[in-house]
Design a protein around this ligand. Structure first.
Ligand code: UT7
Length: 327
């Protein structure tokens, strides 16, 4: 079967108005601006309001991406929302987006692959378009991590932020679009990053709430070691699969979790800051929204030229990782 080339034809983002700085966090937990900046590179993050939910931001990001692509809601065949903070366990946040934007002909589902969920979604959507099953997909990464953060736990509270990013995928001309991809998992590391309350193992009870099981738990140093390793390996692998050398990589868009993880990858890959997108200083780690957020900013700052080779690469709970090379 001949496969059609598939690319991103529109991209968009949405973030909360409210900025929470490291100085603000100093008043909430036992931490310092100095520690957060030097250990993570984060200066501030956006935090949503109590009445808001993930779909509110997903919808805004989706509309922006659709406007850039010049796509009407009825043209969308598929909506995938990568998220670990859906509005509710079911129905899917993708269905809420589908209704809000009037994508009356779209299939819709959520995808759970933690932070790389947006890249996983892009690769899944790519397959449906490449085979001719569909012509137009909307892939969203939307996350309100503030809603599952323990604001008394300094080891996680300083890291996360709220945001959404979205992309429209369509057929593109030969030699363009997604050139290669890698998806991977290492479930043996499931115990390093998780939220156990409210699932079938620990259904929500007054006790699970009292025990704070509805908050993110993380073994930071273990995730850190994994991240530095897979960011490098996945980047090398997608470049290789795309038939590109490191020198031909124009822009790396890494998951925005920790500046030291990104710098570790840059060192191993031997690439300088002019070839890497970094915006975690202003948003923190926004999970599935991280990559489309960084990509949207890179596009609007004019950092991407026609014909440039990009690699998007991410890692997260699972443990999982994902990378794509695009032109
Ligand atoms: O999307 C994927 C999600 N996860 C990640 O990407 C996380 C990957 N991991 C990391 O980014 C880093 O491991 C962290 C930023 C989470 C932590 O940095 P670290 O350099 O690995 O620090 P650590 O956990 O080894 O802690 C070092 C010290 C500890 O104190 P002691 O035991 O040395 O006295 C911590 O208690 O720093 C302390 N600490 C803090 N101090 C001030 C931990 N969090 C804080 C804090 N403020 N917020």
């Amino acid at each position: 079967m001949s496969m059609r080339p598939v690319g991103i034809t529109g991209i968009g983002m949405a973030v909360p108005e409210r900025v929470v700085t490291n100085a603000d966090l100093e008043k909430m937990v036992d931490t310092t601006d100095e520690w957060i900046r030097t250990r993570t590179g984060i200066r501030e993050r956006r935090i949503s309001e109590a009445h808001e939910a993930t779909s509110d931001y997903a919808i805004r990001a989706a509309r922006q991406a659709m406007a850039m692509a010049g796509v009407k809601p009825e043209e969308i065949d598929l909506i995938i929302v990568g998220t670990v903070t859906p509005d509710m366990p079911f129905p899917s946040t993708a269905c809420l987006v589908q209704d809000a934007i009037g994508a009356t002909h779209a299939a819709a589902f959520d995808l759970g692959a933690a932070c790389p969920g947006w890249i996983y979604g892009v690769v899944m959507a790519q397959q449906t378009i490449a085979t001719g099953m569909y012509n137009c997909a909307l892939v969203i990464g939307a996350e309100l991590l503030s809603k599952i953060t323990d604001w008394e736990d300094r080891s996680t509270a300083v890291l996360f932020g709220d945001a959404a990013g979205a992309a429209v995928l369509q057929p593109v001309s030969e030699g363009r679009g997604i050139l290669s991809s890698v998806l991977g998992s290492e479930g043996s590391g499931a115990g390093h990053l998780y939220l156990e309350g409210g699932g079938s193992r620990h259904p929500a009870t007054a006790q699970t709430v009292a025990d704070k099981l509805h908050y993110i738990k993380m073994n930071g140093p273990e995730v850190y070691k994994f991240a530095v390793r897979v960011m490098n390996e996945a980047t090398v692998e997608v470049l290789q699969k795309a038939g590109l050398t490191k020198d031909q990589l124009d822009l790396l868009v890494p998951h925005q979790a920790n500046i030291r993880i990104i710098e570790g990858a840059m060192k191993r890959l031997d690439i300088g800051p002019e070839r890497v997108v970094i915006n975690l200083d202003r948003y923190g780690n926004t999970s599935t929204a991280s990559i489309p957020l960084a990509l949207t900013e890179a596009v609007s700052e004019g950092r991407i030229k026609d014909g440039d080779n990009l690699v998007l690469v991410s890692f997260g709970a699972g443990l999982v990782w994902a990378g794509v090379a695009l032109r």
